[in-house]
Write a protein that binds this ligand. Structure first.
Ligand SMILES: [Fe+2]
Ligand SMILES: [Fe+2]
Length: 220
């Protein structure tokens, strides 16, 4: 493989995903918090985490970046909200011809599509042996789902009522404490990055709850 072929294929896939994002932001109706911009920016960060995990775990970096770039591609196409659990399998279907067109072999395409298909609920559209690439994509996705920026988005959902925000965060803290005890990620690098994000969210959300508890008259 010529040394630049990998990056050329990544560039083609990145341009394709960006084009779908730009088109969808005009065509589709988006959630006020999880906007088209959010989905594209999330995609870029997931690709960054995928690259790091691939480098640390000795996996194919090109396949990792491409699978991560395409993992949420279905969001840029119309699908009923109730069908969100299917967005991995739908994404794999959308990605297949794009990958072949970009020069990926049948075997590479199947491996990348399998990783996209199972990233939501572990269920593939077509049978395929489980792969480390699939673990990498779901780990990269989950690391970003617990990012600093997601703290902002969590708080935005109750931005007009501080005490309601604190109550919502109390529940979130319980969930995060479970994740801090039982790290659900698969790759060693993913587990490490996820633990850091969970710690950060816990620190921030606990501070918000403390602020809320202090928002009363002092007792004498
Ligand atoms: Fe997803
Ligand atoms: Fe995602």
């Amino acid at each position: 493989m010529p040394p630049d072929l990998g990056s050329e294929r990544i560039d083609r896939i990145a341009s394709y995903v960006e084009e779908q994002f730009r088109g969808s932001s005009k065509k589709l109706t988006w959630d006020p918090v999880f906007t088209a911009n959010y989905r594209w920016e999330h995609t870029l960060r997931v690709a960054q985490y995928g690259k790091t995990i691939a480098e640390e775990e000795g996996l194919n970096v090109e396949h990792a970046i491409v699978a991560c770039l395409l993992h949420d591609i279905a969001y840029f196409f119309e699908f009923p909200d109730a069908d969100w659990k299917n967005h991995g399998r739908m994404g794999a279907e959308i990605a297949r011809p794009v990958l072949l067109e970009a020069g990926f072999t049948e075997a590479e395409t199947s491996e990348i599509c399998y990783a996209i298909a199972v990233h939501v609920d572990g269920e593939p559209d077509t049978p395929h042996p489980h792969t480390q690439l699939a673990d990498l994509v779901s780990d990269s996705d989950n690391v970003d789902r617990f990012s600093a920026y997601r703290c902002v988005l969590w708080c935005q959902t109750e931005q007009d009522d501080f005490h309601a925000m604190a109550e919502m965060l109390r529940e979130r803290i319980e969930r995060l404490e479970q994740y801090a005890t039982n790290n659900p990620l698969d790759t060693t690098t993913g587990q490490y990055m996820f633990a850091e994000k969970v710690d950060l969210q816990l620190t921030f959300f606990r501070s918000i709850v403390e602020d809320s508890d202090k928002t009363v008259l002092p007792e004498l």
